[in-house]
Ligand binder design. Structure first.
Ligand SMILES: Nc1ncnc2c1ncn2[C@@H]1O[C@H](COP(=O)(O)OP(=O)(O)OP(=O)(O)O)[C@@H](O)[C@H]1O
Length: 326
């Protein structure tokens, strides 16, 4: 049986500035499934579903794409190679998973063109400071719309339809009839992203979310199926203190870290197959903990209440909280 969640690790080569600063390599691939990292307390080993070494080419990453109803995202510290892996380099000499999957989708469609009628559409969003932004709408265009008294209110919200399929309400969906057209839409979306210079010059400070819907109609029996491929380039997970971030940059870093820790909670719940998956993250946690304290005050001792209060304070300030046994 296929695993629901698979985690791959890609090690990027040392870059020029790291080499000139005399940095040493602290991560090594042990075998196809494990890496070791030198830490101050000695080496630590980590296991993955597959490990790609520094020599792994962009083509190798193609093997990650193996279906339609999937979500692929890159997670890692700023500068670790998320955008390179997902998008590719600037001049697209080494295209990443996103442009490669655009080609892949249309290749599969061509192969099955005699049996199915296909329709491809996409939405492209960024999550910046806890706000979803439609990347098909330029920021200038949006600012203009907001000054109009009866202008469209472009609030993008994540909803789930009756069939349980997640969709972005309020986001524009555009159709594409070729991989080139889809890539042109993607370039347009990338041009509308927020970027701020921190440790990595071209660092992305927002999460990029590309949703590609493929509708296929069986030409013989007429049945219609929809598949969705979600491709996500997450913002860097570095700690705010390390990057020298100030003011709005600090706000960015805080909301990035908060959303990444909420994502971690979702992944843990999914992989442990827990009955409750905290998709609605921190807000839900906070309400639940409050409900417990109200109840608890009558039954438990003051030490436990103090422990719960500490948890609530941490949640309110957006810090990650480990499960407490109270
Ligand atoms: N496997 C690789 N081979 C060669 N160069 C790489 C590789 N991975 C990353 N790089 C280079 O390292 C630099 C940083 O990579 P990238 O911008 O992808 O990081 P990132 O994780 O997306 O950072 P941020 O979170 O700040 O956006 C880039 O110049 C990129 O071209």
């Amino acid at each position: 049986e296929e695993e629901k969640i698979r985690v791959f690790c890609r090690i990027r080569p040392v870059n020029r500035s790291e080499a000139t600063q005399g940095g040493s390599v602290v991560v090594a691939k042990l075998d196809d499934y494990s890496v070791t990292v030198e830490t101050q307390r000695g080496p630590r080993e980590f296991q993955f579903d597959k490990v790609f070494s520094t020599e792994a080419s962009q083509e190798l990453m193609q093997s990650v794409i193996d279906g339609y109803n999937v979500c692929i995202f890159a997670y890692g510290q700023t500068g670790s190679g998320k955008t390179f892996t997902m998008v590719g380099d600037k001049d697209q000499k080494n295209p990443g998973i996103m442009p490669r999957s655009f080609n892949g989708i249309f290749d599969i469609m061509r192969e099955n063109g005699s049996k199915f009628d296909f329709k491809v559409s996409a939405y492209m969003l960024e999550l910046y400071n806890d706000r979803l932004q439609d990347l098909f709408v330029s920021q200038a265009g949006e600012a203009h719309a907001q000054t109009q008294p009866h202008g469209p209110t472009r609030r993008v919200e994540i909803k789930r339809n009756r069939k349980g399929v997640v969709f972005a309400q309020g986001a524009e969906t555009k159709e594409a009839s070729s991989a080139q057209e889809l890539y042109a839409l993607f370039q347009q979306a990338c041009a509308n992203r927020h970027i701020s210079a921190t440790m990595n010059v071209e660092s992305s400070r927002s999460h990029l979310i590309v949703g590609i819907m493929v509708e296929s109609r069986n030409l013989t029996i007429g049945s219609v199926n929809t598949g969705k491929l979600s491709l996500v380039d997450l913002a860097g997970s570095e700690r705010a203190a390390k990057t020298g971030a100030k003011d709005h940059q600090l706000k960015e870093a805080n909301s990035i870290n908060k959303s990444l820790s909420a994502l971690g909670d979702v992944i843990s719940a999914l992989s442990a197959e827990l009955p409750h998956v905290p998709y609605r993250n921190s807000k839900l946690y906070a309400t639940r903990v409050k409900a417990i304290t109200n109840n608890a005050q009558r039954n438990v001792d003051s030490k436990e209440i103090a422990q719960l209060k500490e948890v609530i304070m941490k949640l309110k300030s957006g810090q990650a909280v480990e499960e407490v046994d109270v």
